[in-house]
Design a protein around this ligand. Sequence first.
Ligand code: HMG
Ligand code: MG
Length: 285
Amino acid sequence: MSEHVTIFEVAPRDGLQNEPAMIATADKVRLVNLLSACGFTRIEVASFVSPKWVPQMADAADVMASIERRKGVSYAALTPNLRGFEAAQAAGVDEVAIFASASEGFSRANINCSVAESLERFGPVAEAARAAAVPLRGYISCVTDCPFDGPTDPEKVAEVAAKLLAMGCHEISLGDTIGAGTPNTVARMLDTVLTSVPANRLAGHYHDTGGRALDNIRVSLDRGLRVFDASAGGLGGCPYAPGAKGNVATEAVVELVESLGFGTGIDRKRLAEAAAFARKLRTVG
Ligand code: HMG
Ligand code: MG
């Protein structure tokens, strides 16, 4: 049997969060339902964040309440604080994520505090997740480059990753938030992070702004990573990272990893349908 690569589908969250025009809740629900039928085992549905910061995610609870939950699929959401965690719990989210940055500029722009403060603030969320036995994911943004601070020191990524792991995250997702990473910078970053976190606890989250996300996935596969975040239809960006348009398209990731001999469990025909629908929801670019 071929070795498995897990694709963590993020279109409903990372794909849609940046859309300036409000997308109807029913369309978000339809997207999640189409994705649930593709064979994904993990889908990031929404964020329980401040609606002042990310208006597009204001209907997170409604989306969660309306989706058809398929057995075997874990429905995930971002939770920056206890308030978000509690709302996510009430909505029946299966996996929550805290999101830190390896760079100070992006941390301030995205969550309004320093990296150290953010880790302190995530403590209670991690504690609550542990108490409720909810799997906790940790994101690190700007793992190679920051739109505000320039290139990121790989040691800083390793330091934040180790702290998130110690806090109880079962997996650390490494975000090339603005898609500026190259196979060289991603490899250098991974080689450093891997000295403190094993490959089986890491995921690659590469935006494709620079057109190099697939190359960056290749170097990550070479280093043992087997979980990749991707967005059907290539939707996505981050409202607090100028130029962050475009998560790597799930269709392209499935094609790449399967061509390299890995299994994904994804039904490509259904994925094409979901991706076509996702693209229709795009209101910019
Ligand atoms: P703040 O302004 O520093 O703190 O925001 P606050 O506590 O004063 O909260 C501001 C307002 O939001 C208050 O309302 C709170 O009540 C409310 P007001 O009193 O002004 O009416 N609030 C909430 N409302 C609903 N749910 C909550 C919540 N918390 C507070 N959970 C905060 C700090 C962290 C809340 C804010 O900065 C925030 O929500 N940021 C989220 C930004 C975000 O979601 N960014 C996109 C996701 S990260 C990403 O895309 C990167 C990733 O894809 C990886 C990569 O690509 O690198 C993951
Ligand atoms: Mg992202």
